[in-house]
Design a protein around this ligand. Sequence first.
Ligand SMILES: Cc1ncc(COP(=O)(O)O)c(C=O)c1O
Length: 403
Amino acid sequence: MNKCDLEKQYNAYKASGTILDMSRGKPATEQLDNLSPLLTEIKRNSECYSENGMDCRNYGGLDGIPEAKSIFANILGVSSENVVVCGNSSLNIMYDTISNGYAFGLNGCEPWSRQGMVKFLCPVPGYDRHFAITSLFGFESVNIPVLKDGPDMELVRKYAENDPSVKGIWCVPKYSNPTGVTFSDKVVKEFAALKPAAKDFIVMWDNAYAVHDFNDTPDKLLSVLKEAQERGTQDLFYIYTSTSKITWSGAGISCVAMSLANKERYLKIMGIKTIGYDKLAMLRHARMLNEHLPEIMRGHGDIIRAKFELCYKYFAKLEREIEGFDFSRPNGGYFINVNVPAGKAKRVVSLAAQAGLKITPAGATFPDGIDPEDRNIRIAPTYPSLRELEDALRLFSICVLLA
Ligand SMILES: Cc1ncc(COP(=O)(O)O)c(C=O)c1O
């Protein structure tokens, strides 16, 4: 298509006033509707008791009810005793972990707030909300490139093992947001073998997409806590997940898993902040997921796979036509990672916005919104319907070609 035709099509979209949104990784309404049994999982007073007899309507059970701990333990490949079940957002617990280090210090060290400049390793491209937390506390972000099998571990070791002002690293170890990369066994073992220079170094292991496979060849991830326990490094790891992309993002449950020593310290602070999280939500989720987790994830997978495949059709065409355009084809998760030719990502996103298509801002996948090459765009195709998505992809393609 020549430039004149492209401009005509682009202007037609602009004039139509269509609004399309591919900006955030939200489940589609259809996925949420498929889980309606969760609404009625508990109907009577007599059904409000957990398996250890706790009345879930009342106070008590700071670290969660046993059946919810066990669901998360299975998802994460850890023991139930390592798990603390929390409210609907794992991001909230990640914030608390960083906030605890900042205000009170970790492992008997001075609070980070009193240690001068604190640095945090940020694998890029990565999840904007992770970077936003450590940026909010004023930490300096250090970009670590994400390779095919996880972060560049040589660089991670160089910083973590030599610079005591480096206090931690963000990780999404399976179907990473946005690259779709799953950490190889080698990378997980290298994490478990890390010998950080700082005594208060932590690994923020956000396994948000642990069971979010959508084909017959899912990625496999080793349990980092088990690997670490074998090497005695278990206190480095804080492991998170939630049901946000399993059941309902706004009304689910989440957890953090950690060593028993860390858990004891963590609960001391958490117990001052709250008497405990919503145990009826835990009970409803545990009852439903205990029986139906694989089937629920297969259902989500079928819906999401169709959307990803539609994206691949359009992106493969762009890849053939444009040098410097490439994209990921993950086996699960919520995002497709797109690279446009250097210097063009902002232009693509701006053209799209002017014509009514909202995409995650260019640069959002890097700390402080700065993509040094201005190449990376995160595509979140899960929320729109297939028809809306096709429209969005047509317009996106026009914007890439115009840029
Ligand atoms: C990697 C990652 N972690 C955490 C979240 C948010 O999790 P939650 O809803 O449990 O706060 C998301 C949401 O997109 C995500 O992609």
